[in-house]
Design a protein around this ligand. Sequence first.
Ligand SMILES: [Zn+2]
Length: 286
Amino acid sequence: MPLVNSLELIQKARDHKKAIAAFNIHNLETIQAVIEGAAELNSPVIIATTPGTLGHAGIENIAAIVKVLALQVNIPIALHMDHCTSFDTIVECIKSGYTSVMIDGAHLEYSENVELVKAVVRMAHAVGVQVEGEIGKIGGVEDDLFVNEADAAFTVPAEAKKFVDDTGIDTLAVAIGTAHGMYKGEPKLDYKRIEEIKNLVEVPLVLHGASGVPDESVKKAISLGMAKVNIATELKNPMVGAIRKSLLNPEQNDPRKYMGAAKEAVKEVVKNKIKLCGTVGFAAEF
Ligand SMILES: [Zn+2]
């Protein structure tokens, strides 16, 4: 079916104490892995790109592939721009058919951040596109964005409410103890903070940086109100692992073979994450 509005997916997931998995993709094979995996489980899904991916593959190219593949399956799929710091890039994404965007102004002072986010919200809402914002700083590496541990800051519930009220965003990414990239050591999610934020803020909450976080912790976070879970690093590792294994054969020169193996490895993780988010069969609700 044609691409759908991601807020509708996320809101319904929250009503059912589920979360929509959002997967960061990089190329044709990873898009196929996500869409085929979600379709096999009859689950809604969000396909996400970072600015780095768009620099690599091209906004229009990625959007074209996603739109064509989405038409071939009968599950709701949204196309989302993740961690974008540029108003202009967001306009380009929307022109190419993206159905939601994240504006990341975390590097700015609060008032400048609010101005940027408000401008994006006004423009995006005019064309029916949803906007995700972030308050607090999620540590780790995402694309060329790096937040070291000392600068990472948990979201303060009252600030989260103010930020949502000041900007008009539709969904809110919160820093509650996860980190971008593969988590090193035992992550401790601040469940109490999730509940406090959820009680103050009406918009659905988004969990970033869940790679390496134990399944039980992610499940608990979802049960407390996280309605979208972003997955990036956990797709990269099995992908490169499958390619490395294929290339151990020095005769292997067929991209269809080693990229095919990569695609299958990614699809496996996609299906496991969808199960973790509780949305197997949930496409029937839309
Ligand atoms: Zn993120």
